[in-house]
Design a protein around this ligand. Structure first.
Ligand code: UD1
Ligand code: CA
Length: 451
């Protein structure tokens, strides 16, 4: 870690009109987290001492997300979008109060690996006054070009609209990520003018200004996909794809088996233990953790849930927020749990809704069991004791307690608590009429022969 304090300034003032969205661009999600959240996490991974987020006027949702992701974040409003240097200067107050390095990130560039940012910072440690993250663009159109001298030092960044023919031929492009180790960053930024093709204050002009006072500017290169900018929904999907590819690879490298990784969708915070096996078509929403050796069969959907060691879940299971599956428990097809704990070794294998309750260790929940948890106004709990046996097609009307080891007869609608080891049955007596069916068939056959 670098000894100098670090202030990270995240630019998020752009509305992102190409998204065609009521939501500001940087709040669109990748891997279940906003793009702004990803960039803030990258800043935090560097151990930033200060974090400034620059938003546009009226972007209250962006402000709220910034503070939710990093309570220490200071949010500044850029009143008019007059260019990237003007945007950084919106955080003037934070810059003036800060002594140390400054890193500028764009909130719509969500895939930056922390190691890349470390490498950038290392160039400052090695004495550069400015370090810029560059990449060899497949198609450089629209990007600023990084102009270097014969020793590889950066001499200037030229925006495409201001570039000469020869400069445009350069393929080394500016990602927008810039780090500064200057005695007076604010002084350099305020000297930037807007005499250029767009009439904007370009942050990139800091290179030439700082060099004129003796600072050196360095380039660190990275893969183009690390600095992918998201401007449209199709780019959002591309970024999501890259995020997923990386997340799956990281999981497999830590000992997770995926039969068809390209069909498994992870969130930024998905935690998967060793020897977890995941069959095809499984979606992990945010807040899911799976302990070692659990087996996830095909076609499941999870969100804010926990799966214990050695448990087996799926195929076609849905775990909603607060579902907690105990070790070695089984959850089968078309079973939904919400805010409910399934104890160690308990089983709910078919067609059930288990909401707001707990199921003791070793209990068996028969097919078609429903926790009737909602009366239209309030939610109520159902508690099933250890080793209880709930017969198929049972409705358990909450609030309700079923004692340990109790049996519930199939087809019952249970509305009262059941004592431990009792049998509860709610079912009308069976009426049997010997020979009735044979007589009925004979009578009907005769009647049909007449018509
Ligand atoms: C910028 C760089 C260019 C680089 C490219 C990479 C400058 C002058 N140019 O160009 O060298 O290749 O990014 O994508 O810096 N923003 C504000 N307020 C403003 C202007 C921009 O907050 O007044 C924010 C935007 O929301 C965006 C980022 O800064 O997140 C970049 O702005 P944009 O206008 O897209 O810059 P480019 O012209 O693409
Ligand atoms: Ca851009």
């Amino acid at each position: 870690m670098s000894p100098r304090p670090l202030l990270v300034v995240v630019l998020a003032a752009g509305q992102g009109t190409r998204m065609k969205s009521a939501l500001p661009k940087v709040l669109h999600k990748i891997g279940g987290r906003s793009m702004l959240g990803h960039v803030i996490a990258a800043a935090q991974s560097l151990g930033a001492d200060g974090l400034s987020v620059v938003v546009g006027p009226g972007m209250d949702k962006v402000r709220a997300e910034a503070v939710a992701q990093a309570p220490v974040a200071q949010v500044f409003v850029q009143e008019k979008q007059q260019g990237t240097a003007d945007a950084v200067l919106a955080a003037r107050e934070a810059l003036a109060a800060h002594k140390g390095d400054v890193l500028v990130l764009y909130a719509d560039t969500p895939l930056l690996p922390p190691e890349t940012l470390q490498a950038l910072r290392a160039r400052l440690d090695a004495g550069a006054g400015i370090a810029v993250l560059g990449f060899e663009a497949n198609d450089p159109a629209g990007y600023g070009r990084l102009l270097t001298d014969s020793d590889g030092w950066l001499t200037a960044i030229r925006e495409e609209k201001d570039a000469s023919e020869a400069e445009r031929a350069v393929r080394l492009c500016n990602s927008g990520v810039m780090a500064f180790r200057l005695d007076d960053v604010l002084g350099v930024l305020t000297r930037i003018g807007n005499q250029n093709a767009k009439g904007e204050y370009y942050l990139t002009d800091a290179v030439e200004i700082a060099r004129a006072s003796g600072a050196k500017a360095a380039v660190v290169t990275c893969a183009e996909e690390d600095v992918l900018g998201v401007n449209s929904r199709d780019q959002l999907a591309v970024a999501e794809g890259i995020f997923q590819k990386r997340a799956r690879l990281a999981a497999m490298r830590e000992g997770v088996t995926m039969i068809a990784p390209e069909t498994v969708w992870l969130s930024y915070d998905t935690r998967l233990g060793r020897d977890v096996t995941i069959q095809p078509n499984v979606f992990f929403g945010p807040g899911v953790s799976v302990d070692d050796e659990a087996e996830i069969l095909a076609n499941c959907h999870f969100e804010r849930a926990h799966i214990g060691k050695g448990a087996r879940v799926g195929p076609f299971s849905r775990l909603r927020p607060g579902a907690d599956i105990g070790p070695d428990a089984h959850v089968g097809n078309f079973v939904e749990l919400k805010n409910a704990q399934l104890g160690k070794g308990a089983k709910a294998n078919h067609l059930s809704y288990l909401g707001d309750g707990s199921i003791g260790a070793g209990a068996n929940i028969g097919a078609g069991t429903i926790f009737c948890n909602y009366d239209g106004f309030f939610k109520h709990r159902t508690e099933i004791g250890e080793g209880a046996f709930v017969g198929s097609n049972t409705s358990l009307v909450a609030p309700l307690k079923v004692g340990a080891g109790a049996y519930i007869g199939s087809g019952s609608v249970i509305t009262k608590d059941v004592a431990a080891d009792a049998l509860a049955l709610e079912r009308s007596p069976q009426d049997e009429r010997p020979g009735w069916a044979a007589k009925f068939r004979a009578m009907m056959a005769k009647r049909k022969a007449k018509v």
